[in-house]
Design a protein around this ligand. Structure first.
Ligand SMILES: Nc1ncnc2c1ncn2[C@@H]1O[C@H](COP(=O)(O)OP(=O)(O)OP(=O)(O)O)[C@@H](O)[C@H]1O
Ligand SMILES: [Mg+2]
Length: 287
C-alpha cells in the first residue's frame, strides 16, 4: 500500500513541477509578446521618418540643382556626395528597421503558440542563408574575426515540406552557439588555433514521396563536459556570462526538431575537440 502511495506522491510532485514550468513558460510568452508589441510602434516611427526624410532630401536636391549656377562648382559636388550618402544611410535605417519588425512578428507568432505552416522549401538554400547570417552577425561585432566555414550541401535537392521559419531558427541557434564557441577558443588559444565550422545537408528519398533530411553542424570549439551536455535542452540553461545568453536557444531548437518536425536532434561533443549537432527529420517531398 505504501509503495502505491509513494508512487502517487511522486507522480503528483512531478505533475506539479511540470505545471509550474508551463506557467513560467506561458508568462514568458506573454511577457515577450507584450514587449514585442510595444517595440513595434517606435520601430514604425523610425521606418516612416526615414522614408519621409528620403523624400525631403530629394526635394532639397531639386532646390540645389536649380541654383547650381549661383554656387561654387566644388560646393555643388560636395553637396551631391553628401546627399547621396545621406540617402544611402536613410535607406539602411529603413531596411534594418524592417528586418527588426519581421523578427518581432516572428516572436509574436511564436509566443501565441500558433503552429507554423509546412511549405515547400529549398532546405539547402535555407541552411546556407542562415549559416552566413549567423557568421555575419558575429562579424558585425568583430570585423577581425575569421572562421573557415565549409559547406557540403547536396546538389539538386527537391523542395521538401518543412516549416521554414522554424527550421531557420533552429539552424541559426545552432550556428550562433558554434560561432560563439570557436570565438571563445580563439580567445584562449590565439593564433595557433584555426576556428572551423562544417555544415552538411543531405536528403535521402524512397521513391514514393518520402524522404529523410539530415543536417550536421560541426564546430571545433570548446566542446562540452558530459554534465553540460546533459542539460543543454533545458529552458534557461546557459554557461554564458550574464547578458550573453538566455539559455533558450537549444530548448527552442529541440522543440522545433522533435515536436514540430517529428525528428531527432543528436549531439556529440568532447571538451577541447568540438561539438557536432545533427538533426534528422522525416520529410515529404514537395510536388
Ligand atoms: N556548439 C557548442 N559548443 C559548446 N557548448 C555549447 C554549444 N552549443 C551549446 N552549448 C552549451 O549549451 C548551453 C545552452 O545553449 P543554448 O543555445 O540553449 O543557450 P545559450 O547559447 O547559452 O543562450 P541563447 O539563449 O542566447 O542561445 C550553452 O550555454 C553552452 O554551454
Ligand atoms: Mg545559444
Amino acid at each position: 500500500m505504501d509503495v502505491v502511495k509513494d508512487d502517487l506522491k511522486q507522480q503528483v510532485e512531478y505533475l506539479q513541477q511540470q505545471l509550474h514550468k508551463q506557467e513560467k513558460m506561458a508568462s514568458l510568452g506573454l511577457l515577450s509578446a507584450g514587449i514585442a508589441h510595444e517595440i513595434q510602434n517606435p520601430l514604425n516611427f523610425v521606418i516612416n521618418f526615414s522614408k519621409m526624410s528620403v523624400k525631403l532630401l530629394e526635394d532639397l536636391q531639386d532646390i540645389v540643382d536649380n541654383c547650381t549656377d549661383k554656387l561654387d562648382e566644388n560646393d555643388v559636388a560636395d553637396m551631391q556626395d553628401i546627399s547621396a550618402d545621406l540617402k544611402e544611410n536613410l535607406e539602411k535605417i529603413q531596411e534594418h528597421g524592417e528586418r527588426a519588425i519581421s523578427i518581432i512578428r516572428g516572436i509574436l507568432l511564436h509566443s501565441r503558440g500558433k503552429a507554423g505552416e509546412m511549405l515547400p522549401t529549398d532546405v539547402g538554400q535555407l541552411v546556407h542563408e542562415y549559416v552566413w547570417l549567423s557568421y555575419h552577425a558575429m562579424r558585425a561585432n568583430d570585423k577581425s574575426f575569421n572562421i573557415s566555414i565549409k559547406e557540403n550541401i547536396q546538389e539538386n535537392m527537391p523542395k521538401v515540406m518543412v516549416v521554414p521559419q522554424d527550421l531557420s531558427r533552429a539552424v541559426l541557434n545552432i550556428m550562433n552557439n558554434a560561432c560563439y564557441t570557436v570565438k571563445e577558443r580563439t580567445g584562449i588559444e590565439g593564433e595557433d588555433y584555426k576556428p572551423a565550422i562544417e555544415v552538411t545537408v543531405a536528403l535521402t528519398q524512397d521513391g514514393s514521396g518520402n524522404g529523410e533530411l539530415r543536417v550536421d553542424i560541426a564546430d571545433n570549439g570548446m566542446g562540452m563536459t558530459p554534465e553540460v551536455k546533459a542539460k543543454i535542452y533545458e529552458n534557461f540553461f546557459t554557461t554564458k556570462p550574464a547578458g550573453q545568453g538566455t539559455g533558450l536557444g537549444m530548448s527552442i531548437t529541440h522543440e522545433i526538431i522533435t515536436k514540430n518536425h517529428n525528428g531527432k536532434l543528436l549531439v556529440e561533443s568532447e571538451p577541447m575537440v568540438g561539438t557536432t549537432f545533427t538533426f534528422i527529420i522525416p520529410v515529404k517531398i514537395a510536388r
